[in-house]
Design a protein around this ligand. Structure first.
Ligand code: PEP
Length: 249
């Protein structure tokens, strides 16, 4: 098994003044067995990488274009993120799938671009409430997994984040049984396709992870960490989540 991972997704939040939250993340030294990544808005990637100095925390982008360069006003390529100091990039977040009509095929192309640039892709998938209530969850995430992951996915270049859409930013969290069921199915799906790499591809849970529910979630089989939105914005919320993962090892 690879190292566990907590990734923070700041979404469209944060300006220069918020870099103080990074400086306050002394927790990184106290969690030597956990990888920590923060994905700020693109405007802060470079400054955050600089502000981290020697802290063992990596920086990630929140999206990238599938192409290296060209006439795509407003977009950012994986190479540009790498050049700015990023080591990871989130692709296929449900907010991008919804706001920008991103399909599994587009997400897969973005993940390929991330790999080509030497970034680790955090590939997001997850069902809507309607799909969950219709009993379609495993079919939906199985299809997303098959279509969003490139053939070249390995334990070091790919992380999968299971994020039920109905749990993102809502305070609602699936039961540990529901998380275990989906993560078990995702692991089996990875094993079918990626054989030797499957156990090392980290499976994160994301959706309303907070300091008070993190330990329970990290106790679930096949959960290798978390993708954290709202609770990653303040070091006082993010640090206890990182500590909970370190303590679970
Ligand atoms: C996310 O956006 O990836 C996320 C998990 O958000 P939150 O933790 O706020 O639910």
């Amino acid at each position: 098994m690879g190292r566990k991972l907590v990734a923070g997704n700041w979404k469209m939040n944060g300006t220069n003044a918020d870099l103080k939250e990074i400086e306050a993340l002394g927790i990184a030294w106290a969690a030597p067995r956990v990888d920590i990544v923060i994905c700020p808005p693109a405007t802060l990637v470079s400054r955050m990488a600089f502000a981290l100095g020697g802290q063992p925390i990596r920086v990630g982008g929140q999206d990238c274009h599938a192409e290296e360069s060209g006439a795509h006003t407003g977009d950012i390529s994986a190479e540009m993120l790498k050049d700015a100091g990023a080591r990871y990039v989130i692709v296929g977040h449900s907010e991008r799938r919804a706001d920008h009509h991103e399909t599994d095929e587009m997400v897969r192309a973005k993940a390929e671009a991330a790999h080509k640039a030497g970034l680790t892709a955090i590939i997001c998938l997850g069902e809507s409430l309607e799909q969950r209530e219709a009993g379609e969850t495993l079919d939906v995430v199985g299809r997303q997994l098959a279509a969003s992951l490139p053939d070249g996915a390995t334990a070091s270049n790919t992380v999968v984040a299971y994020e039920p859409i109905w749990a993102i930013g809502t305070g609602k969290v699936p039961s540990v049984e529901q998380i275990a069921e989906v993560h078990g199915a995702l692991r089996a799906g990875l094993a079918e396709r990626f054989a030797g790499e499957a156990d090392g591809i980290r499976l994160l849970y994301g959706g309303s992870v907070k300091p008070d529910n993190a330990a329970e979630i990290f106790g679930v089989e096949n959960v290798d960490g978390a993708l954290v939105g709202g609770a990653s914005l303040k070091s006082t919320d993010f640090s206890p989540i990182v500590s909970a993962l370190e303590s679970s090892l």
